[in-house]
Design a protein around this ligand. Sequence first.
Ligand SMILES: *[C@@H]1O[C@H](CO)[C@@H](O)[C@H](O)[C@H]1NC(C)=O
Length: 259
Amino acid sequence: MSRRPGNPARRFGDGGSVGGLFSSKSRTSPLLPSGLVALGLFCVIYYISSGSGSGGTKSFMRLVEGDYACTLEVQRAIPSLKKAYGDSMHKVLHVGPDTCSVVSMLLKEEETEAWGIEPYDIEDADGKCKGLVRKGVVRVADIKFPLPYRAKSFSLVIVSDALDYLSPRYLNKTLPDLARVSSDGIVLFAGYPGQQKSKGAEQSKFGRPAKMRSSSWWKRYFVQTSLEENEAVSKKFEQAAGKNSFKPSCQMFHLNSYQ
Ligand SMILES: *[C@@H]1O[C@H](CO)[C@@H](O)[C@H](O)[C@H]1NC(C)=O
């Protein structure tokens, strides 16, 4: 019993005062039982609040790294994508979390205009990102609903870390919609099944845990939804990636837009 209050205290640093309070009370106070109960309660509450607090922060950090993994890949892939797609990179829409970083990077490329759809909230966005939102370059939109763009508004659509969160029911609407707003293709970045997130990611702020699908699942899915992979561009991309020593750690698919 006497060890119990010590454990959370030791675990979360600042233990001296709790231990000290406990021992002095137990020696002097005539109201030992109620004092003990109060102290026990205090410790339980302290344990719960600090426990869930630090645990929550930690799993949030993991969540952020894991959930943006493929978006980071997009940034690394840009030079190779430019080589593979050439002129088709002149009007690009990126869809995915942290789209501001991708859009900012694309805007630095010559002859490339870029827009972004951020599917989640951007409360923690920096000033530069908020500026892009104010200018309408980046929009916050739920991708379960039709995108607010006319057919073939963009030459290329790049999507990362977004479709993994959609159930097949919504995927059936969203992926064809990406094909609708693009004219020269879609580049899809998806996690590998092995990249399943930690348990903390179950309570994802994205509402639904990511479901990482295998390459064969995606390929079957493309056939079902009448989307074709662009073999020629896939080959060009692989060659360019090889030269740039870029090895994607996410699955990448190059799809044709609807004709
Ligand atoms: C999604 O679309 C495919 C192909 O049209 C269809 O076979 C499948 O049943 C659909 N899934 C859902 C959940 O609507």
